[in-house]
Design a protein. Structure first.
Lengths: 113, 113
């Protein structure tokens, strides 16, 4: 069964450093998303991406965040200058159409020291 | 703003009993609702969804009930098994919002053998 994959599974970085979280959505999916989950809290929407552009972004997704689909398979989330409060699980999700369910990846645990 | 909340943070049931997990939402414009299961260290896994024009939907051992009048939905798990132990999230979405999901806090279900 096809699945969303994410790398790395765990990323440790120093405050102020740039990180890139990578996702490979399911191959025939057209809609892509990033969510985050701070430990013990609910999953929060960050950004949606369709047709090579951002569809919607949350208040969390400020100028320090960017997304890119550099080729036909990868979908990345970049945080330019990480802060301690960026420590969280970051989930990528994709779906085939606006009427289908979102499939989530296993997540990347980001730890900012 | 929009919110999706759950009534109980934890639920403990005996194996074989039925489980009921509740959720309340605030946005009456939500078009669909989804229940996700999240096991430790994994991403949310789709269980079942329901569109706003329905009030009940059944899957394998699971039933979702939607009461739009009081903006409440519930997930019923029949004959709960130890493998059902996880955190359960409800999420709400609207077709005009590009697939953004608003998640609730999560209920941790523990199944005692």
């Amino acid at each position: 069964e096809p699945e969303v994959t994410q790398t790395p599974s765990h990323q440790v970085t120093q405050m102020g450093q740039e990180v890139i979280l990578r996702c490979v959505p399911i191959s025939n999916h057209l809609y892509f998303y990033w969510y985050r989950q701070i430990l013990g809290q609910k999953v929060e929407f960050l950004v949606s991406f369709y047709n090579n552009e951002i569809s919607e972004k949350s208040e969390i997704f400020d100028d320090q965040f960017s997304v890119e689909r550099p080729d036909g398979s990868n979908f990345t989330l970049k945080i330019r200058s990480t802060k301690l409060e960026d420590s969280a699980m970051y989930f990528c999700a994709s779906r085939k159409s606006s009427y289908n369910e979102q499939f989530f990846g296993p997540g990347t645990r980001l730890t900012v020291l | 703003g929009e919110s999706v909340g759950l009534h109980l943070p934890t639920l403990s049931v005996q194996e074989g009993d039925n489980s009921i997990i509740n959720c309340a939402y605030s946005n009456s414009a939500s078009d669909y609702f989804i229940w996700y299961k999240q096991e430790s260290g994994k991403g949310p896994q789709f269980i079942i969804d329901i569109r706003s024009n329905m009030d009940k939907r059944q899957g394998q051992r699971v039933t979702v009930l939607l009461n739009k009048t009081v903006k409440h939905l519930s997930l019923q798990i029949a004959a709960t098994q130890p493998g059902d132990s996880a955190v359960y999230f409800c999420a709400a979405g609207a077709y005009n919002q590009g697939g953004k999901l608003i998640f609730g806090q999560g209920t941790e279900l523990s199944v005692k053998p």
